[in-house]
Design a protein around this ligand. Structure first.
Ligand SMILES: [Zn+2]
Length: 191
C-alpha cells in the first residue's frame, strides 16, 4: 500500500493545476463531507485558516469560528501526517503558508517528492549521466575490429560504446551521440 501516498501527491498536483471547484462529495483524497472537502478545495488555490473556518460556519457545519478553526487545524495535521494504518495515516502532503497567511499545498515540494518517486534509484550519483571519453572510443573500436585494417563506421563504434556503458551500469546523456561525434572529430583529427 506504499504507493497510496504517492497517488495522493500525484492527484493533488493534478488538481492544483486544474481545480474543478467545490461540491464533490467524495474528493481526490477520498474525503467525504463538506467539512473535510472545504479545506482540501481551498488549499488548491490558497486560503487563510480563517477563511476556511468561516466557510464552515457559513454552511452550518460548525457553530462558531473557534470550533471551526480547531477543525481546520486538525485537518491540516491529517493532511500532513504520515501514519501507519489506512485510516490514521494521513496523506504526507506538504502545506505552505504565504506572507498573506494563505495556506496551500506546496506544489514545488510535491513535484520534488513525485519526481523522486518515479526514479527509484536513491543514490543521486548513480543517476549522473556521462559522456564517453577518448579511451572509451578507442576501446570500442578495438572491440569491433576483427582485422587490423578494418575500417569501423562511427555508428558501429558508438553502438559498441553504448553496449559497454550499459553493461557497466553507466547512463549516457540523452544527446551523447551528437556530442561524441563532435568530440571524435576533435580527438582523432589528423592535423
Ligand atoms: Zn484523509
Amino acid at each position: 500500500m506504499s504507493n497510496g501516498l504517492q497517488e495522493d501527491i500525484a492527484n493533488t498536483i493534478k488538481k492544483m493545476k486544474n481545480p474543478t471547484g467545490m461540491g464533490e462529495s467524495d474528493n481526490w483524497l477520498r474525503h467525504t463531507g463538506e467539512g473535510n472537502t472545504i479545506c482540501d478545495e481551498m488549499l488548491l488555490t490558497g486560503g487563510t485558516r480563517n477563511q476556511m473556518a468561516k466557510a464552515m460556519v457559513d454552511r452550518g457545519l460548525k457553530p462558531n469560528i473557534k470550533e471551526a478553526l480547531q477543525r481546520v487545524k486538525r485537518h491540516f495535521n491529517h493532511l500532513k501526517a504520515v501514519g501507519k494504518s489506512e485510516s490514521q495515516r494521513g496523506h504526507n502532503l506538504p502545506l505552505i503558508e504565504d506572507s498573506d497567511g494563505k495556506w496551500r499545498f506546496d506544489l514545488k515540494i510535491m513535484e520534488q517528492m513525485h519526481s523522486g518517486s518515479t526514479h527509484p534509484v536513491s543514490n543521486p550519483t548513480i543517476l549522473k549521466r556521462c559522456l564517453p571519453e577518448k579511451s572509451d572510443i578507442e576501446l570500442a573500436e578495438s572491440q569491433r575490429r576483427e582485422t587490423p585494417d578494418e575500417v569501423i563506421g562511427i555508428d558501429a563504434v558508438l553502438d559498441q560504446v553504448e553496449k559497454n556503458f550499459k553493461e557497466a551500469g553507466k547512463p549516457l546523456k540523452e544527446n551523447w551521440r551528437e556530442i561524441t561525434k563532435q568530440n571524435i572529430k576533435i580527438w582523432f583529427s589528423k592535423k
